[in-house]
Design a binder for this molecule. Sequence first.
Ligand SMILES: O=C(O)[C@H](O)[C@@H](O)[C@H](O)[C@H](O)COP(=O)(O)O
Length: 235
Amino acid sequence: MLELSWPQGVTLQVEEERAALAHKLALQTAEWLRAALQEKERALLVISGGRTPVAFFKSLAQQELSWSKVDITLADERWVDETHDDSNAALVKEFLIQGPAAEANFLPLKNSAATPEEGCEQLEARLAELSWPIDVLILGMGADGHTASLFPGAKELAHGLDTTDKCAPMHPVTALHPRMTLSYNALAAARHQALHITGEDKLTTLNKVLAKLDAVAEMPVRGFIRPGLNVFWSP
Ligand SMILES: O=C(O)[C@H](O)[C@@H](O)[C@H](O)[C@H](O)COP(=O)(O)O
C-alpha cells in the first residue's frame, strides 16, 4: 500500500506491472531527450545499473529519436572489468546499446586503472567532453538509501556529496566492489530526474527516506527528493 507523506513538487507514477512501468519511463525519457535536442546539439543521458533497469533499457533502446546525438553514461560503476557479471557497462551494452539506440555514444566510467582513485583523473577528462548539465537522469535506490554509488557509511561519502568534480571514488561498506560514482553536484544539476524503483521493500525504504529528509548522509537518496523529481514505482 502507498502510505507516503508525499513532498510537494515530487510526482509519483505507479503501474501494477513492472514491464508497463519500464515502458512508461522509456517513453518519458525519450520525450525528454527529444526536447533536449531541440535546444542542444547533443543530449546527455545518465542511467543507473543494478537489476531494476533491464526492462527499461530494452524498451528505451527501441524508441525512435536522434540517438547519434545522444551521449550516455552511468551514474555509477563497480570497478570491475566488463567481463565481470557485476559490470554495469556490460549491462548497458547488452540491453540498451542495441537497435536504434546502438547509434548513441556510450562512455563507460571504468577505465584500465587498477583502482577508482587512479582512474579518476582520466575519467574526469573524458567526462568534461560531454554536454553538461545532464539532460535526463535515471536513478535507482538501495535498501540502505544509497543512490548512484553515494553509500551511507562510506569514508568518501562527504567528498562525493560535496565535490564539484564530476566523479568520485567510493568504497561502500554495505556492497561489493570499489566504485566510481558521479558526484552529487553533477547528478543533482540534471534537468530531468527520475527515481525508478520496484517492490514493496523499496516502498518501505522510501517511507524511511521521506520521514527524515534532512539526514542526507544517513540515506543519500534524500538529496534528490526535491520538487521536480519523478518517482516511478510498481509492486
Ligand atoms: O550500480 C549500482 O549498484 C547502482 O547504480 C545502484 O545505485 C542501484 O541503482 C541500486 O543499488 C539499486 O539496485 P537494484 O536495481 O539492483 O535494486
